[in-house]
Ligand binder design. Sequence first.
Ligand code: URA
Length: 425
Amino acid sequence: MSVLETIIRKRNGQRLSAGEIKELIDGYSCGDILDYQMASFLMAVYFQGMSLSETIALTEAMAHSGKTLHLTGLKGMVIDKHSTGGVGDGISLALAPLVAAAGLPVLMMSGRGLGHTGGTLDKLASIPGFRTALTSRQALRQVRKIGVAMIGQTAELAPADKKIYALRDATGTVENISLICASILSKKIAAGIDGLVLDVKFGNGAFMPNYAAAKQLTQVLITVGKKNGLKIKALVTDMNQPLGNAVGNSLEISQAIEVLKGEGPADFMTLTLALGAEMLVLGKKAGNVKEAEQILRGLIPTGQALDKFYCLVKTQGGKINQLPVAKHKLVIKAPVSGYIYSMSTREIGLVATMLGAGRQKKEDLIDYSAGILLHKKIGDPIQAGDLVATMYYNKAGIVPELKKRLLAAIVIRKTKPARHPLIYN
Ligand code: URA
């Protein structure tokens, strides 16, 4: 079957066989199939969707597009965590060292920013010298030595995802359950981990707009993951406002340090502990989530979690005392009194991107010090003139326009909004 026929069949809503899907993925990985052909296929999938068996075939083809790791010689199971993407979602930065400090080996493979959402890889890259491009062998050696490694996708592991991920970002084809599932699980299967805790986000800052869609994605992720031998637990969580206070790479690194000192924002801490507890239970380091949370909480005041973070940064070559700081900042004040009623989270992510914190094209360079600090959360009371947010930037030209957009994205009303849970199951 030619690639063109495969694209046309998907465009027309037909089901593809596992063989056709594998041929497409293998062809794209080795460069025989070109970006414009794959972009067209992705758009066809976006509109026509994929069945469960097609999603399984896509995930497996992408997982086996490179090497697969066998994690031997580690003390215990290796459990990773992955989020489906959100704004201000730097949870992994605090979570990986925290869980490693509890004695569970962590090999975390993260991605770059996608759409309006940030990526853990970009956040780590904001630490001068931090090497995310470890080979699988180096990463494994590091996990054996210090219990944790945080890496980007290597050229060896699931290379098809690395290429498709960047292409989806640039072609408006991110928000599709099958593509998200294949992207997340292919790299986890290739990394040879034992278990995975998923943070499936929904809301106006997530790729899934509502709870029902997030549940559907969760179901597909669990089914495909289990079929490939992964132990999986998923939490569905709210992304109708940025997580924590920071949106932007080095700002989120500083926030992660605060969290590991026990001084971070409450929502960030709650979710870090909840996901970490699930990791410890999956990895059999605790009998239940309550016990697991207690273990994790105990590692913060003793400084063990923070020490593990510094050790991780140092081992991967990072110089944490040289975090970049933006040249300019602009404070944004509340125009009226009332309560923070809602936030357009995607818009906040886009404003941060335009300040330089993310990419608008896949070749763009990131300004690691750019971003936004939010001083209020939904439900907080506010007086006219109070600080709402601070924008950090180095390029001044577009800032007045972005200030307007940011102010419009944070809605203040006289009435207090209803409270919604952060974690749904
Ligand atoms: N994270 C990924 O790795 N891939 C996606 O498609 C979304 C979130």
